[in-house]
Write a protein that binds this ligand. Structure first.
Ligand code: NDP
Length: 336
């Protein structure tokens, strides 16, 4: 059946400015790392994407290697775009990345201009797009000069293949350097995509920490895996379900789900209950919480394997504020 987007799709989701740019992103965005490859029924993918857009999620995050197999999430997303979202292209922010292994030989990963530009061309072809909104360097390359990697992002923007430039998993020092080079080239750094959750707070470490650097250079941030891949939900409280990521995928191992971690999850769940939220909702709200200088996080980048999970997680926006007592109680459990 032809998809017609909900008329009220912009009525509940807050949109937050990305650093000091002109772009805004939904407080919660959807990533297609898992659940959009060839291992997931196309109809289930479609239901998740349609529901997300109807609820105001207009930012979808991809990368060249999302699948499985590598590339299939972009190919499938291209089909969904053609089937459902073509009339809404100008309402969407679509991002992709290059940095991790994609094809054999010396030009199939890391940060050379050769790899980044050919990978972006392939991504555009898979998705059937003329341009992406944000193109990321997916990880810092210890061997390629930063000038070359940032030069490739600048070229992507100047050639019209991307509208904005982003980086992912760069340290605070690397971020400062990347932002300086991009500024000189005339293509400002829009956004950084780091991992961040109540169980993973590296972005708060160091002096200056990543968020202080981003504030200084005027860039925003979008936090990936805010649910710690499902750990910060009810998913693993009674064992490891057969259809869960820990049972099926290689990035969340069964061994990493320790009793010690589960104790912390139970402690956090109790606090969420007191707020009238599920743990998933509190984990996302916490990412977006106000801090003394405002929130350093523009958007929480979630994953979802079902419409039910998506709806649960998106309801986080109904309560984004925390009392000091709640934050202190959370800190007791939310440390690495
Ligand atoms: P999350 O931490 O949100 O984990 C999502 C998983 O948690 C789901 O697949 C599901 O697992 C479970 N889940 C989600 N919602 C609920 C809920 N309400 N109740 C119970 N369980 C739930 O994020 P991801 O790790 O999926 O990452 C999100 C996105 O971030 C990616 O798609 C990608 O776009 C980006 N990313 C970027 C990286 C980078 O290097 N830049 C690296 C990793 C991610 P289950 O399958 O078990 O149901």
């Amino acid at each position: 059946m032809t998809y017609i987007a909900a008329d009220n799709r912009y009525e509940s989701m807050p949109y937050r400015r990305v650093g000091r740019s002109g772009l805004k992103l939904p407080a919660i965005s959807l990533g297609l790392w898992h659940n959009f490859g060839d291992d997931k029924r196309f109809e289930e993918q479609r239901d998740i994407l349609r529901r997300a857009f109807d609820l105001g999620v207009n930012h979808f995050d991809l990368a060249n290697n999302y699948g499985p197999p590598d590339g299939s999430a972009e190919t499938n997303f291209g089909r969904h775009l053609r089937d459902d979202f073509k009339p809404y292209r100008d309402e969407l922010v679509i991002s992709t990345k290059a940095g991790y292994y994609m094809w054999p030989g010396p030009y199939g990963e890391w940060g050379s201009r050769k790899y980044l530009i050919s990978s972006l061309d392939q991504s555009l072809q898979r998705m059937g797009l003329d341009y992406v909104d944000i193109f990321y360097s997916h990880r810092p390359d210890p061997e390629t000069p930063m000038e070359e990697t940032m030069g490739a992002l600048d070229y992507a923007v100047r050639s019209g293949k991307a509208l904005y430039a982003g980086i992912s998993s760069y340290t605070p020092e690397q971020t400062l350097e990347a932002a300086r080079i991009l500024k000189e080239l005339g293509t400002p750094l829009l956004i950084h995509q780091p991992s961040y959750s109540m169980l993973n707070r590296w972005t708060e470490d160091g002096s200056p920490n990543l968020y202080e650097v981003l504030d200084q250079v005027g860039a925003g941030s979008i936090a990936f895996s805010p649910l710690a891949q499902g750990m910060l939900t009810d998913r693993y409280l009674h064992g490891i379900p057969a259809d869960s990521r820990a049972a099926k995928a290689r990035f969340l191992s069964e061994e990493s789900i320790t009793e010690e971690k589960l104790d912390r999850v139970r402690g956090l769940r109790k606090i969420a209950e007191g707020r009238g939220q599920t743990l998933a909702q509190m984990a996302i709200a916490w990412i977006l919480r106000d801090q003394p200088k405002g929130s350093p996080v523009t958007s929480a980048l979630i994953g979802a394997s079902s419409v039910r999970q998506l709806e649960d997680s998106l309801s986080a926006i109904n309560n984004l504020s925390f009392s000091d007592d709640e934050l202190t109680a959370i800190d007791e459990f939310a440390v690495e």
